[in-house]
Write a protein that binds this ligand. Structure first.
Ligand SMILES: Nc1nc2c(ncn2[C@@H]2O[C@H](COP(=O)(O)OP(=O)(O)O)[C@@H](O)[C@H]2O)c(=O)[nH]1
Ligand SMILES: [Mg+2]
Length: 347
């Protein structure tokens, strides 16, 4: 793909075109991504997740400005699976991020889902890599934290921020979605609204439940990075990180400096405490399993005749076959096709 060289050279139009290819799929995309891959792995990927309206876009805007003032270049990917065809939400994000418009050190991209959410998480990973290869130092990924697929997308990040806001009907929205476990930093945004203190207390209580204090010689001061006592053995790499809870008013840039410091502290934790390599290895494993699953399924469906699949569905519906046996039948059908293929090839 002729876009690879210009993207590496920082050409923004080539970058935009390549990201469009990532979203829509292009025949020579795999080769382009393969060519870019050796140039990736330098960016710091920060995931921002939370319920709609908590202020994620506003926070990304404020954080991006603050990091720009410190000379860092910023890529922003806003993932919104709820608006499949570039609806108003995406336009809203663009407008809210107008403060950053015209700054060549910032690149903003909205991604909407074309196909499945699984496809979206693959496209998001690829988009992150493209921005990484293009040289952006910090990449924000904003996602709506409402389900497993969004959690999967967020897992791509090195540092994950979970955003809450008071007065959204539920005390603490993140608990429902089960994303509290993956939070490295918790933000209670809209701290100018009534009930913010209550939300902060609820989150700290949840964290206390989730973090066994018996894990080390630590005192339970939440909202603060806890340094584990110097380890006697060198192999006790993973020091305990307790997610701080930070109050912000994104629209007024209040609390943004504190949040930025917490993010930097987490980055240091990843780099200095030897956490990064094992985390990355985990992410790669998850990604490979994810891609393998999709590829194997696509391969199987391309080989098993559609009428065989239809027959099996009917059999399950008529109770002649249970679902797990149906899967076994389909796998056998696939093995048969492969066997016939290889016998033909051999003769
Ligand atoms: N009062 C108040 N409003 C905010 C704050 N942050 C964001 N908002 C507003 O809340 C709405 C949703 O913000 P947005 O950033 O789009 O949320 P997102 O859906 O999570 O990305 C917008 O109207 C923002 O102006 C805040 O700290 N305080
Ligand atoms: Mg948003």
């Amino acid at each position: 793909m002729e876009l690879v060289e210009p993207v590496l050279a920082g050409d923004r139009r080539a970058l935009a075109r390549l990201l469009t290819a990532v979203e829509g799929g292009a025949a020579d995309l795999p080769q382009a991504l393969a060519a870019l891959y050796p140039h990736t792995g330098r960016a710091w990927v920060i995931g921002i997740t939370g319920a709609p309206g908590t202020g994620k876009s506003s926070l990304v805007n404020a954080l991006a400005k603050a990091f720009r003032e410190r000379g860092r270049t910023i890529g922003i990917i806003a993932v919104d699976p709820t608006s499949p065809f570039s609806g108003g939400a995406i336009l809203g994000d663009r407008i809210r991020m107008r403060d950053l418009a015209g700054d060549r050190g910032v690149f903003i991209r909205s991604m909407a889902t074309r196909g499945s959410l699984g496809g979206l998480s693959r496209a998001t990973r690829d988009a992150i890599r493209v921005l990484d290869a293009a040289g952006f130092e910090i990449i924000f990924v904003e996602t709506v934290g409402s389900g497993q697929s969004e959690v999967d997308i967020v897992r791509t990040a090195q540092t994950t921020v979970v955003v809450e806001a008071p007065g959204l009907g539920d005390d603490v929205q993140a608990i429902k979605a089960g994303i509290l476990e993956i939070a490295d930093v918790l933000v209670v945004n809209k701290a100018d609204r009534p009930g913010a203190d209550h939300t902060v207390r609820a989150l700290r209580a949840m964290l206390e439940l989730g973090h066994p204090v018996s894990r080390g010689p630590l005192t339970a001061h939440h909202g603060r990075l806890m340094q584990a006592a110097p380890a006697d053995d060198n192999d006790s790499q993973e020091r305990l990180w307790l997610p701080p809870v930070i109050e912000t008013v994104a629209t007024e840039s209040q609390g943004i400096d504190t949040l930025l410091q917490a993010l930097e502290a987490h980055r240091q934790h990843l780099l200095q405490d030897g956490v990064q390599p094992s985390r990355e290895r985990e992410r790669i494993e998850i990604e490979l399993l994810d891609r393998l699953q999709a590829s194997l399924l696509a391969r199987l469906l391309s080989r098993v005749p559609a009428d065989v699949f239809a027959t099996v569905i009917e059999q399950v519906q008529s109770r002649a076959l249970d679902p797990q046996s149906a899967v076994a039948t389909l796998l056998e059908a696939y093995d048969q096709v492969i066997k016939i293929h290889s016998e033909r090839a051999a003769s």
